[in-house]
Design a binder for this molecule. Structure first.
Ligand code: MN
Ligand code: MN
Length: 459
């Protein structure tokens, strides 16, 4: 396969559009560091682009017609958007699907403790991380504390310049001889990922005075009791905004490119669509991919299928057979990131079948590990169709695998959508340092994947 660095192929207008798109993307990243924040941000953008909430329309049984733009907000953690097409839903939809959860450090349900005059939050990490990467760096705390009675307190601490940040400490090298001899997997263990949050005691408190002071602070500033932390979802993520990276500003360094670097262009391809499509267009932004897509808001659940059923009811009148046909006749880009070739670690890649930074969208016919295990493996007929669409639109792409055979592997939501019988293939952006607190992508690949998603919706 011929490789081409995209930067030299763009016209001046394209380069301008690329920078604007990168700028918009960085805003989306900075506003959406958790799945809930991404849903809120996506809903705001969708409403500004004329999408209406499907929920009240369902409640009123209000009919929908071709050209209508609606979204289905599932538990504030997953989102499905539709633009109703001219054709019957039975003929299938054109779908873009990405995930909006990212690896991070979650706070446990009974998190608070005091030790040696310091207060900590105990955590349980979320997703596949190298634990040693998350210590001795600034963290922010995002999430919700749900209270009895239905009210919720939103938490976002550590992002504003004058906010305090939180840190998981690491051992100084001077006395870390034993630690440094451990394998990387054990250097920092899961139970060592506790977040230091305070060390100032409450005056007059008899015991655990720092803990007592924190409880008073939680009450005063957030109106919450210790027991309320049981019903909280608090996520520690790297603090601070995304940044341009490289002396030439060709890249973006940020937390959570996986998979917002696909979610945002998918969303934008939908929002930027004007007019009435022939087939119904759909964009899925889902939660829980990083822990296997389980749970009510992950792709193993039926929220997507239910959303299509509701759409069916309001457009043509629900039919079970029609729904099944709608799903099986659909075609989808499972929009997820892949690894970019890293010349510092060449031995884990097989160069012919690896994505390179700045070489465009990476398609993966299959993912999985140990002999394609757990992968959906797209049909060659569909791959040919994809080549035709992309070549026709002048979209630059590469076909890649995550690494050499048997060095590891990974999965996406593709296999869960393939269960419906639809044609689906992974299409995303190559990422350096994937799953690290700071991940790197090329602005050129970001722009190209947006062009890819637009071409797919328009095909
Ligand atoms: Mn991913
Ligand atoms: Mn991932």
């Amino acid at each position: 396969m011929e490789r081409e660095n995209l930067w030299t192929t763009y016209t001046d207008e394209q380069l301008e559009a690329l920078e604007r798109f990168a700028c918009d993307y960085r805003q989306y990243l900075d506003h959406g560091k958790t799945e809930r924040e991404c849903v809120a941000e996506s809903v705001a953008l969708a409403e500004a682009a004329g999408f209406r909430n499907l929920k009240p329309l369902i409640d009123r049984g209000e009919p929908l017609k071709a050209g209508d733009r609606v979204y289905f907000n599932w538990m504030e953690k997953s989102l499905v958007l539709f633009i109703v097409g001219e054709k019957s839903l039975q003929e299938g939809m054109t779908i873009l699907g990405a995930h909006i959860d990212s690896p991070r450090i979650d706070v446990k349900q009974n998190p608070l403790y005091e030790e040696a005059g310091m207060a900590y939050l105990d955590t349980h990490y979320y997703g596949y991380i190298k634990k040693y990467q998350w210590v001795a760096r600034n963290l922010a705390l995002h999430g919700v504390v749900s209270l009895k009675g239905g009210r919720s307190v939103t938490v976002r601490i550590g992002e504003e310049e004058n906010d305090p940040v939180l840190v998981i400490t690491d051992l100084l090298p001077h006395i870390a001889d034993d630690q440094l001899k451990k394998p990387a997997e054990k250097v920092v263990e899961g139970e060592d990922l506790d977040i230091l949050i305070a060390h100032r005691p409450l005056k007059g408190a008899q015991k655990e005075a720092v803990r007592a002071a924190i409880l008073e602070l939680l009450k005063r500033e957030y109106g919450i009791e210790e027991a309320d932390l049981i019903s909280a979802e608090l996520e520690a993520v790297p603090a601070g905004p995304s940044r341009d990276a490289g002396l030439d500003r060709s890249m973006i360094a940020a937390y959570g490119h996986d998979d917002r670097v696909c979610a945002y262009p998918s969303l934008r391809a939908m929002l930027d669509w004007s007019g009435t499509p022939a087939r119904t267009l759909c964009c899925i932004l889902t939660d829980k991919e990083e822990i296997g897509s389980y749970g009510a808001t992950g792709m193993h659940a039926v929220f997507f299928e239910n959303a299509v059923a509701e759409l069916y009811q309001l457009t043509e009148g629900f039919s079970e057979l029609g729904l099944r046909r709608a799903l099986s006749n659909s075609r989808m880009l499972s929009s997820d990131v892949s690894s970019a070739f890293d010349p510092l670690y060449p031995s884990v890649f097989e160069k012919k079948n690896t994505a390179f930074l700045g070489n465009g969208v990476c398609f993966s016919k299959y993912t999985g590990s140990g002999g394609k295990g757990g992968s959906s493996d797209a049909n060659s007929e569909f791959v040919a169709e994809i080549r035709e669409i992309m070549d026709g639109a002048g979209v630059r792409y590469q076909f890649s695998e995550i690494g050499r055979v048997d060095v590891g592997g990974g999965g996406t939501i593709a296999h869960l959508c393939a269960r419906y019988g639809m044609n689906v293939i992974d299409a995303g952006v190559p990422v350096l340092s994937m799953h690290a607190p700071t991940e790197i992508i090329s602005k050129a690949d970001l722009f190209e994947v947006y062009r890819c998603y637009r071409a797919f919706l328009g095909a």
